[in-house]
Every structure is written in C-alpha cells, then in structure tokens.
Design a protein. Structure first.
Length: 327
C-alpha cells in the first residue's frame, strides 16, 4: 500500500475529527513532507480535505439536508400519522410545536429539523444542534392524563428511541435516567418533555416531547463544554438516508407508545437502564445542600429511580439528575 493510500485510510478512520500531519507521520513512519505530498495527491484525485492550522486535516464528506419526501415515503404505509413539518433550520422544534398548538388547538403534529439555532435541554441548558449532523424532533400530543403523568412520556420517548436506533442501525444504546440515551459511555441523545396546563382548571392541556439525536460526529467536534460527555451514532459521515429512515421509524414507534399500544414500556425502560446496580451522585440543585451518593436499586412503575444512600436510607426519585461516579 502506498503512503497516499495509507494517509487516505487514516483520514477515513478519523471521520469528522481533525488529525495532525505530525500524528499521521508518526503512525506511518514517514516525514511530514511525505504526508503533505500525499494530501495534495488526494486532492488532485477529487477528494476534499480540510486543513486547519494547529488542528490538522480531515476528509470532508458532505451530507445533504433532510429530505421530507424520503421521510414521508418511509411512512406511507403507516396509519394515523399526524401532519409532519420538516425544516432545514429552525430556532427550536419545541417552540414550533408550542406555537402551532396556540393556533391549532387539539391538532397533533410532528416537527423535524436538520439544525436548531436555539435548541434547549433541561434546566434551561442549550442543546447543541449543528447543521446536517443530527436529527431534532418534537411531538405535539394531547394525552388525557394528569399533569403528574406527563413525565412518563419522557420514558416512553427514551424506550422508543432505543428501539428505533437498534432497528435502523443495529446499534445497541441504553438509557441514563431519566432522559438521556447513551452509547459507549457518551450521551448521544437528550429528551425534553414540556407539559402545558390549562389556567382555568390546571389540567394538562397538551404535551410536547422534544428529542435531539447526534447521528454523525459534527465537523469540528463538540464545544469544549460538552466534548467529554457527548457522543454520536456514526463517526464517518454518509450521504445515505439513515437520518430520514431513523426519523420515520421513530415517529411511528413513539406514536405507537403514546397511543397506548405498548403498555410494557416501563419494563422495557428497566431493561435498557444503564444505572441499575451502579453508584451515582444525586444532584440536589439546592443551595447549601450537599450532593449525595447512592446505589441505584431499581426503577419503579412510575419510572422513578430507586436508590439506597450510604446510611441505608432508601428513596425513590421522581425528578432531578444523577451522574455515575466512582469513589
């Protein structure tokens, strides 16, 4: 194999991550000049290689924007699918859903985007939603349940997503209570469920389930604030319709759960949990109150996290956040 071919293979393996000329040279036992020469030869052959000072090289494979027609084609044989709105870019799919609900009360809909400029997560955090690397969806539904039951839709969404990812890509993922999907100890998806109440009687009016999925490793990697915890399904980009396929499958899968056709979702949630049997740090978010460490002993029937603290006290958490920690 020539040096040029070996350089090309290294760039392919690195995916969307930059790799320095020095690192390539070390791995191939050649000079940096030989690497540069190979890069130029690859460019002449038609390959697009990005070079950034102090970062290195990466092979660019363009992914196209989400194609609404392909999504709808995958769903053509599915029944009872609501109106689907597909955006190349939007501020937030959850906001699109909330605004739609004001103008079309009682109408279910799904909102999909290839990029969000104002994506958000729990507790007011930003959700990184770069162009054409992820998949961002919001479901507007009108369930006849109490406000306290709205949180269960987060659990349904998590189970449905793990199922769809496995079916479409063959990749096994797990759930970190309550709303994160993990792959290889990295978060590849987050879920934000917003329940809207009626001011008149404080009953649940409608629910918006927002889901963000990191399908490909974004160009330039993740921001420093999340680079140690964020992951993705695929390192190498592709121009296939995997995002459209996953989108369509997930829409059908989640709606199946939402409409009560999959009553065993809590047991599925337990099986997919990555926390049971692990020690976690329970985040209190209360000023002056220290975080506690506990053993996760199970998931109850309301998807509450059952924990046992160091002093033997047991509790079931219905809200909050936990992180896996070692002593």
């Amino acid at each position: 194999m020539t040096t040029k071919e070996e350089v090309f293979n290294i760039l392919k393996e690195s995916g969307a991550t930059y790799i320095s000329g020095e690192e390539i040279a070390k791995r191939l036992f050649v000079t940096r000049a030989a690497v540069w020469k190979s890069i130029k030869a690859l460019e002449k052959e038609g390959h697009t290689i990005e070079a950034v000072t102090n970062r290195g090289y990466r092979l660019k494979v363009d992914t196209r924007a989400l194609d609404a027609d392909i999504i709808l084609d995958y769903l053509k044989n599915k029944k009872d699918i609501p109106k689907i709105f597909v955006y190349t870019e939007t501020g937030s799919t959850n906001d699109e859903a909330l605004n739609f609900a004001k103008e079309h009360p009682g109408c279910e809909a799904v909102f999909v985007a290839g990029k969000q400029t104002k994506g958000r997560g729990r507790r007011g955090r930003d959700f990184y939603s770069p162009e054409d690397t992820g998949l961002y969806l919001s479901f507007l539904i009108y369930p006849k349940v109490s406000f306290s039951e709205a949180a269960l839709y987060t659990c349904m969404a998590a189970v449905a997503l793990c199922n769809s990812i496995k079916r479409v890509t063959g990749i096994d993922t797990g759930i970190k209570w309550v709303n994160d999907i993990y792959l290889n100890d990295k978060k590849i998806s987050g879920i934000l469920t917003e329940g809207i109440t009626s001011v008149e009687d404080m009953s649940l009016s409608h629910v918006v389930i927002g889901v963000g999925i990191n399908v490909f490793n974004p160009y330039g990697g993740f921001p420093d604030s999340i680079k140690d915890i964020a992951g993705y399904l695929f390192n190498e980009r592709t121009d296939s319709d995997v995002r459209e396929h996953l989108c369509a499958d997930y829409i059908a899968e989640l709606l199946d759960y939402v409409r009560g056709n999959r009553s065993n979702f809590v047991e599925e949630y337990r099986k997919l949990s990555i926390l049971i049997g692990k020690y976690v740090r329970v985040e209190t978010f209360k000023e002056g109150v220290k975080n506690k460490y506990a053993l996760v002993t199970g998931i109850d029937d309301n998807c509450g996290l059952m924990v046992r603290y160091e002093d033997g006290h047991e509790e079931t958490l219905s809200s909050g956040e936990v992180s896996v920690k070692k002593y």
